[in-house]
Every structure is written in structure tokens, then in C-alpha cells.
Design a protein around this ligand. Structure first.
Ligand SMILES: Cc1cc2nc3c(=O)[nH]c(=O)nc-3n(C[C@H](O)[C@H](O)[C@H](O)COP(=O)(O)O)c2cc1C
Length: 337
């Protein structure tokens, strides 16, 4: 209820500072016992072999290093995805690299996987109390040549395997040069073959099967989506997350800020991301679960993702514009459907 007031204050700061101040304060408040746990009564659902207490999760990118997990858990998420994390720490692109588009309830970012590296993320996970579902999203370092991308993902998978409920393979950020080329058939086949065999080896070693989800872009033609679906089926991938941010400026082309390069998220992405879920669902026929993300700002948006074929949803930009109430609102709408 207080969020509109808080938002008007935070929106006076530059977006990256506002982000840091908000989540550091939230973490501190939680440490001092000042946060009340948000309880959402919902029937649990099984997806990727995991039991989700409610269907609304946190999307990747908000907590890249897993620094705020316990505080975020108090907000009522059914699951939390941290990352994208790369094998080595990297600073990301030069600032400014994060822009609000308040006229359109949207965000443009070209952060470029700024993160403290996988070893630090694991330390943070080890030190948290959260025992709910934790996704860890892995990527490649910007200076690893795309021909060697498989090596970075293999390192990421190996390192996070024991600490993740599921691992997301991010091949769809628009801010790492050539990353999206990994969505092309040959590259994707090669990557998934390597990761599935590593997953089988790790499952044997650790006596625990950790599902792998692939996160895809919204900027794909129908034929490309069909080709990706066929490859996911061939390799028996456990889940697919649709979608990442878009390079399109459709819906905001009239605004000067649309000139900024990077991925667009929030309301202008809603329809396109839902269409991708629809097309994926048509190809996958329920054989691989879909996690729907992109532009969700209301219960109606969340239900549209489920109607298109998603089993779970994730939020990012909607949290910035609508605040944490959106978590309960979307979870209950889906649970009571
Ligand atoms: C500032 C920002 C940073 C992001 N960083 C990542 C990231 O590191 N990895 C990733 O897979 N997605 C990342 N995303 C994409 C989100 O997880 C999500 O897929 C996308 O924003 C669409 O959802 P939304 O419209 O609810 O924001 C980022 C999004 C934003 C706005």
C-alpha cells in the first residue's frame, strides 16, 4: 500500500542506485527482523519434478549474486531465480546502462552480466537460510569466444549443481555479443548435448538430479521457435523459460529513450512474450513445462501466460512498477483459477 509513495522517491534516483538502496535496505530490515513473512495459501504444483508452493517466481537478473535471497523470500515468491552468473567476475558494460521508461511501465537494460562470479554466488547461497526452490541462472563471460561458450556453461553447471533446485541456461540476453547465436540449431544441439551429459554425470556423482531449464528470447520467428522446441524435446530438457528481454522497440518507438540500446522489458513485452509461449506450447504439447515471463503487471497478465501454456510465471519489471503486492496478486489469481 505504501509502495506508490516509496516508488516516487526511488524514481528520483538513478535506476542502478535505486536498485542497490532498495535491496540493501530490504536485506538490512530482514536481518533486524523487521520484515513480515508474506503467506500465500495456494495448492502446491509439481513442475520439473519440484514442488512449488505457489506459481509466482522472481525472474533472473534482480539478484545476480544471490545477495538478497532471504529478504526476497519474505515477499512471498514461490521460487527465486538468482544470476545470471558467469564463471569469472566481470564488471559489465559502462554506466549508464539501466533506464526506466515510466510512460510505458518498462525498463531498458544493457548491464552485460555484471556479477561477482560463480564462486562468490555459491558463498552467498551457502550463507543464506532460505530452503525454498532456488533457480541458478548461468551464462558465459563476455570475453569467452562464442566457440568456447560450452566450456563456460559446463563450469557454471558443475559449480552450482549442488546448490540449485534447478539450473537455467541463459542463451538469450541481448547484451552479451553473439550470445543469442546459441539459439541456432547446430550451436544449441552442441550445447545441450554437452550439458545433458554433464548433468547425467553430476547426478550420478551427487545422487541428486537437478533439472535444467533453457531461457529463450522473444525475438524469434515461428520456425525458429519450432526448431528450438524440437531440439529441447530431443535432448529431454526439463523446462523452458520464455522469455528474456526484447531488442524490439515496438510500443515505445515514439519515446526518445527508445534510442538506448539494450533489452526492453515490462508492459511492451507482454504480448510478444505470451505469443512465444503459445507457439512453444503448440510444439511441445505439454512434454516440457514452460515458465512464462515478460511484461506481467497484473493478475490478468499472469493468467494470460497460464492460458498460453505456462505452468509457472516469473516477475521482474512489474515489481519495479507495481511493488511486491504483485506477487500475491498473481499467485492467488493463478491458484484460484
Ligand atoms: C535490469 C534487468 C536485468 C536482467 N538481467 C537478467 C539476467 O541477468 N539474466 C536473465 O536471464 N534475465 C535477465 N533479465 C530478464 C528478466 O529475467 C526477464 O526475463 C525480463 O525482464 C522480462 O520480464 P519482465 O517484463 O517481467 O521484466 C533482466 C531484466 C532486467 C529488467
Amino acid at each position: 500500500m505504501l509502495y506508490p509513495l516509496l516508488r516516487s522517491l526511488l524514481f528520483k534516483l538513478d535506476p542502478e542506485s535505486a536498485h542497490e538502496i532498495t535491496f540493501r535496505t530490504l536485506r538490512q530490515a530482514n536481518k533486524l527482523g523487521l520484515l513480515k513473512n508474506t503467506v500465500i495459501s495456494c495448492k502446491t504444483r509439481e513442475v520439473m519434478g519440484l514442488r512449488f508452493p505457489n506459481p509466482t517466481g522472481l525472474a533472473a537478473g534482480l539478484d545476480k549474486n544471490g545477495e538478497y535471497i532471504d529478504a526476497l523470500a519474505m515477499l512471498g515468491f514461490g521460487f527465486i531465480e538468482i544470476g545470471t552468473v558467469t564463471p569469472r567476475p566481470q564488471t559489465g558494460n559502462p554506466k549508464p546502462r539501466l533506464f526506466r521508461v515510466p510512460e510505458a511501465n518498462a525498463i531498458i537494460n544493457r548491464l552485460g552480466f555484471n556479477n561477482e562470479g560463480v564462486d562468490q554466488l555459491i558463498e552467498n547461497v551457502k550463507n543464506c537460510d532460505y530452503r525454498g526452490i532456488l533457480g541458478i541462472n548461468i551464462g558465459k563471460n563476455f570475453d569467452t569466444p562464442i566457440e568456447h561458450a560450452v566450456d563456460d556453461y559446463r563450469i557454471g553447471l558443475q559449480k552450482v549443481y549442488c546448490y540449485a533446485s534447478y539450473v537455467t541456461v541463459n542463451i538469450s540476453s541481448p547484451n552479451t555479443q553473439n550470445l543469442r547465436q546459441l539459439q541456432a540449431a547446430d550451436a544449441l544441439n552442441q550445447l545441450l548435448e554437452a550439458l545433458k551429459s554433464e548433468q547425467a554425470r553430476l547426478a550420478q556423482t551427487h545422487g541428486k538430479y537437478v533439472p535444467i531449464a533453457i531461457k529463450i528470447a522473444p525475438d524469434l520467428e515461428t520456425a525458429q521457435i519450432e526448431a528450438i522446441a524440437a531440439i529441447l524435446l530431443k535432448h529431454q530438457i526439463d523446462g523452458v523459460i520464455a522469455t528474456n528481454t526484447t531488442i524490439s522497440r515496438s510500443g515505445i518507438e515514439h519515446l526518445p529513450i527508445a534510442q538506448e540500446s539494450g533489452g526492453l522489458s515490462g508492459a511492451p513485452l507482454m504480448q510478444r512474450a505470451t505469443a512465444v509461449i503459445h507457439q512453444l506450447h503448440a510444439s511441445l504439447q505439454g512434454a516440457i513445462p514452460i515458465i512464462g515471463v515478460g511484461g506481467i503487471q497484473s493478475a490478468t497478465d499472469a493468467l494470460a501466460k497460464i492460458d498460453a501454456g505456462a505452468s509457472l510465471i516469473q516477475l521482474y519489471s512489474g515489481l519495479i512498477y507495481r511493488g511486491p503486492d504483485l506477487i500475491k496478486e498473481t499467485a492467488l489469481a493463478i491458484c484460484n483459477k
